[in-house]
Design a protein around this ligand. Structure first.
Ligand code: PFF
Length: 447
């Protein structure tokens, strides 16, 4: 049973905090760069608007009406076959698996905050050396910072929804928004800003392969925290009589604005200092620090602020990834919150260590299977399989299983004429889009 409720702002900040994460600032710019900029961004925005919005409302609705842990919410809302639908609820617990690598990346960010106070790498090769050394030889560095990420996340979770997650988000989110807005204003005053706008918004359709398309759709789900039960468990603590349609619009707008702003800031800085938009995860950890170095003393300040913003974004998402399991253990296994939070913390901490070992030169062979190491597998399985399957089940559950009247009773007043459009989307458009993404990401269909 859920006792403590979010306040209105508390919920909005916590849900936006879940959505705005490493996905927005670390992943989005590099995949946008990799898949050709404008056309990719357009597909991404369309997916967010049409499919993301639809599924977010479905996920919120299950939590809001169910008001239990995620498994319990599915079970209590299924009109029949409760036992079967209970299993769909287990998909809503999978976020903790994302933490196997997410916590490690938050650790890297902490390391880079420290680095920003000191000497930044002067050239790209130097920056590559620092990043690669951390990754392939920096066992203790990574373990140290991963431990800090684990401790913060667990401490917040131990304090619960009201005293932990809500308070944490109410401080970190405004901080993050201020930093990103400040950096955007700074970037707007640089010559290369217009080039960054062009790069991100002028579509080059020839670059839009089916893979780029599927990656854009997949990322739209990841960045909105859909399909893994994070938004669902937060919605179970919404005060009664909340307007979930308005809440979903708020979260989606914030998430999109921050991703686009982060992209514009990053590309402006890169173009201004003659760096290429590097491919892959190194964009933020390699190209950017070298660019900050070129800016002189201001660069150090900007670098600290940038990595602090990134850490804030990561931490507020981290707590939302683990909370579904914590609440499940409390409800079903009758654990105290402290015990549940610590158990889940230790669980992702341990597998996070495996992710670290899987990147180290000396141990990577042991932890690599089928061309992917443990770190990459955690990302691959969660983003490409668990997340779309989770989203699909939620859409089907709300669109085809829950009683029609029950769904309409909450949403019709808030949606008005749009309600039938939304209902059609949740029944047909979202499931088709999700199946398409899964098949494509698994390499089954390519066009
Ligand atoms: N939305 C987060 C990001 O963009 O980094 C990641 C995430 C959080 C995914 C919570 C899924 C989730 F349930």
């Amino acid at each position: 049973m859920k006792i403590a409720h979010f306040s209105r702002w508390g919920f909005l900040m916590a849900a936006a905090g879940s959505a705005v994460g490493l996905g927005n600032i670390w992943k989005f710019p590099y995949i946008a760069g990799e898949y050709g900029g404008g056309a990719f961004v357009l597909v991404y925005i369309m997916t967010v608007a049409f499919v993301g919005f639809t599924v977010m409302i479905a996920e919120m609705l299950i939590g809001y009406l169910g008001r239990l842990d995620n498994v319990g919410s599915f079970e209590s809302l299924a009109p029949r076959n409760k036992e079967k639908w209970k299993f769909a609820g287990f998909m809503g617990l999978s976020g903790t698996l994302v933490m196997f690598y997410y916590s490690v990346v938050i650790g890297w960010i902490f390391y880079y905050i420290g680095l920003s106070f000191d000497t930044l790498p002067a050239t790209i090769p130097e920056a590559e050396l620092i990043y690669n050394t951390m990754l392939t030889h920096g066992l203790w560095t990574q373990v140290f910072y991963h431990t800090i990420a684990f401790m913060i996340t667990t401490a917040v979770l131990m304090r619960g929804i009201k005293g932990g997650i809500e308070k944490f988000s109410l401080i970190l989110m405004p901080g993050l928004i201020l930093i990103i807005a400040g950096m955007l204003i700074y970037a707007m005053n640089l010559d290369s800003f217009s080039r960054a706008v062009e790069y991100m918004f002028v579509p080059d359709w020839s670059k839009l392969t089916s893979e780029a398309f599927a990656v854009a759709v997949g990322h739209a789900f990841f960045t909105l925290s859909l399909g893994m039960g994070a938004i669902m468990i937060y919605s179970a603590s919404l005060p009664k009589e909340s307007n979930i349609v308005r809440a979903a619009l708020f979260v989606i707008s914030m998430d999109t604005l921050i991703a686009l702003s982060a992209g514009l800031v990053l590309f402006t800085f890169l173009f201004q200092y003659g760096a290429q938009p590097a491919k892959g995860p190194g964009l933020v950890f390699i190209s950017l620090p070298a660019v900050f170095h070129a800016m002189g003393a201001a660069g150090n300040v900007l670098s600290v602020l940038f990595f602090v913003a990134l850490a804030f974004a990561g931490l507020t998402s981290a707590v939302s990834l683990v909370e579904p399991m914590v609440q499940y253990l409390i409800d079903r296994w009758k654990m105290t919150r402290a015990k549940a939070a610590i158990s889940m913390g230790l669980f992702f901490y341990f597998f996070g260590l495996m992710a670290i070992f899987s990147e180290l030169e000396s141990t990577s062979q042991l932890l690599t299977w089928g061309g992917r190491n443990f770190f990459d597998w955690s990302d691959y399985i969660t983003s490409n399989i668990l997340l779309p399957v989770g989203g699909l089940l939620m859409a089907i559950f709300v669109g085809h299983v829950m009683e029609k009247e029950r769904v309409a009773s909450v949403l019709r007043t808030h949606m008005g004429w749009f309600y039938p459009v939304w209902y059609f989307n949740v029944r047909y458009v979202a499931p088709v889009a999700l199946v398409f993404v899964m098949l494509n990401l698994m390499g089954v269909i390519v066009f």
